[in-house]
Each structure stands twice: as C-alpha cells, then as structure tokens.
Write a protein that binds this ligand. Structure first.
Ligand SMILES: [Zn+2]
Length: 310
C-alpha cells in the first residue's frame, strides 16, 4: 500500500514572511497556530509552489499585478488599502498561497488524493479584479477555480465560502463565470458590506446567505442545508472551499457565534455532497480566523472531518 489517497496539506514557510504592523489581526502567528493544531495529523505534507504569473493573470489584470510589485517595500510596510499591508516578503507569500491552491487542484484532479487543505496566507477572498482589500492580495481560490475550468477542462466547479465576511472578491472574479457556482455565508451587516441575497451573479450562479449577528450555529445549518441542495443540482466536478474560521464565537472581528462543532457539521455536509457529485473531491483553503486557540481547534475539526470521510 502506498501513500496515495492520504489527505494533502499544502503550506510554506514563506507564508510567514508576509508581515503586517504590530497588532494587526492577520498575523504570521495564525499559521503557526494552524501548524500546531495539525501537528499530529497523518497528512501528505507538501510545499506550496510559487504560482506562475499566468495563474494570477487568470483573474487579475497585468496592471494590477505590476501595481502590487511596485508597492513592495524594501523594508517595513507599505499600505495598499486601509487594512491591507505589504512587507518585503508579501508578494512571495501571496504567490505561495495562489500556488498552493492551484497545486492542490492539480493533485486532486490527478487522483493523488480526494481532499486537500491549504494552510497559507495572506488570504484571498476579498481581493477584487484590480483592488487589494481586507488583508487579501490575489483571489487564490477563484484563480484555482479558473484553472480547474480552463486548464483541466472541468465543466463546472463550486466555490463554497464560510468565512464570516462576504467573499466579495471571489464574487467579483466569478460574477460572469457560468461554470462556477459561488455560495457564501457571512454576517451582515459587516465588512465589506456586500453579499445581500439579491446579488445572484450574471447567470444566477451566485448564492449569498447573509446571517444576523448572534444567530449561531442553528441559523447557519438552516441556510446551508438548502444551499448545498442547490450545489448538488449544479453538479460540480470539484468543490473548492474558502475556509475562514472567524465565525467562531471567540473571534474578535465578528459575532456569528459558531462553535467548533458547527465547522465540523458544515465540513461533513460538504464532504458528503462531494461524495455524491464529484468523487469526493474537496480542495479547501484557509481564509480568516483571528482568535488563535479558536482557529487551531476549528481547523483541526475541519481537517479531521475531511480525513475521516476521505
Ligand atoms: Zn473573514
């Protein structure tokens, strides 16, 4: 028996080199907390490769990439928007984050494993076509979705986003893409302010599930169960997940009040759906999650559930 089939974990120490000013919630310690939480897991650990320029250009114009490159500081920090900063290592980290999700898609579609988790940073789901936002530089998951469609020639993919903030960037990058269904649950009202249920994409393929502050895990399950039925009807060939864990009750940035068991429930429901429609293929990438103990425990439950059902 070989290792084929073990769940994949993509990460890279370069992702620690993306630094923000002291006190910023999106800190390198987040990745260290995730690594500690997954230390005892039997995973096929791989280095996230650097994404090639062509991958980034699937979703972002060359002028925007050049703008990020030009803003890169020689030392210290440079501010891209009100809460998105660049350090000298930030571009390399962001390219590892994009490359990690793309490599995970490649490996899963090659049959090397059914599931993969990408523990990289910066996150990506707020980055719009030509605009860095909300700690995000490039839309890693949207780029990987485009790669699955255009390079691997899949007919349809689904992107499921349970970060507590609306995935405005992913929605922007996939708005016109009829082959990609995008489903996002998020607290509303909350940053970035988008994600109303009436935002349905150019082809009715965007599904927004706004949730009220304090609504808790029961409200989450009530909106995700019918949404996953819609994903089943869409019949994707691959499911990508924007896995943010800032809906946890202990998170300092939001108030949806989910518990670890809620992340476990949703992960199980996604894996069950994947087993029904796409051979179990799930590629999940870290987005937010800012309380370090809650982040570690939630990631551990997410990955454990993906492994258990692989
Ligand atoms: Zn978030």
């Amino acid at each position: 028996m070989t290792d084929i089939g073990r769940m994949l974990l993509f990460s890279h120490e370069d992702c620690l080199g993306h630094a923000e000013p002291p006190g910023h919630p999106e800190q390198a310690a987040r990745l260290m907390a995730v690594e500690r939480a997954l230390a005892g897991f039997d995973l096929d650990r791989r280095a996230a490769p650097l994404a090639g320029r062509d991958e980034v250009l699937r979703c972002h114009p060359a002028g925007y990439v050049a703008q990020v490159e030009a803003a890169l500081p020689a030392d210290g920090w440079a501010m891209l928007d009100g809460d998105t900063w660049l350090a000298p290592g930030s571009l390399t980290a962001a390219l590892r984050a994009v490359g990690g999700v793309c490599a995970a898609v490649d490996a899963v579609l090659a049959g090397e494993a059914k599931r993969a988790f990408i523990a990289c940073r910066p996150p990506g789901h707020h980055a719009e076509t030509a605009r860095a936002m909300g700690f995000c530089l490039f839309g890693s998951v949207a780029i990987a979705a485009k790669r699955a469609l255009d390079h691997h020639r899949l007919s349809r993919v689904a992107v499921l986003d349970f970060d507590v903030h609306h995935g405005n960037g992913t929605q922007d990058l996939l708005w016109d893409e009829s082959r990609a269904m995008f489903v996002s649950s998020h607290e509303m009202p909350l940053y970035p302010g988008t994600g109303a249920a009436r935002e349905t994409g150019a082809h009715g393929q965007v599904v927004n599930l706004p949730l009220r502050a304090g609504s808790g895990g029961a409200a989450m399950r009530a909106v995700w169960a019918p949404a996953l039925a819609r994903v089943r009807d869409f019949a994707p060939d691959l499911i990508l997940v924007s896995a943010g864990f800032d809906a946890h009750a202990d998170d300092p940035l939001a108030s949806l009040e989910w518990e670890v068991e809620d992340f476990r429930w949703l992960t199980a429901a996604i894996c069950d759906l994947a087993d029904q429609v796409c051979g179990g293929r799930v590629v999940s990438a870290l987005e937010g999650g800012y309380d370090l103990p809650a982040l570690g425990a939630s990631v551990a439950a997410h990955v454990d559930e993906m492994m258990r059902r692989a």
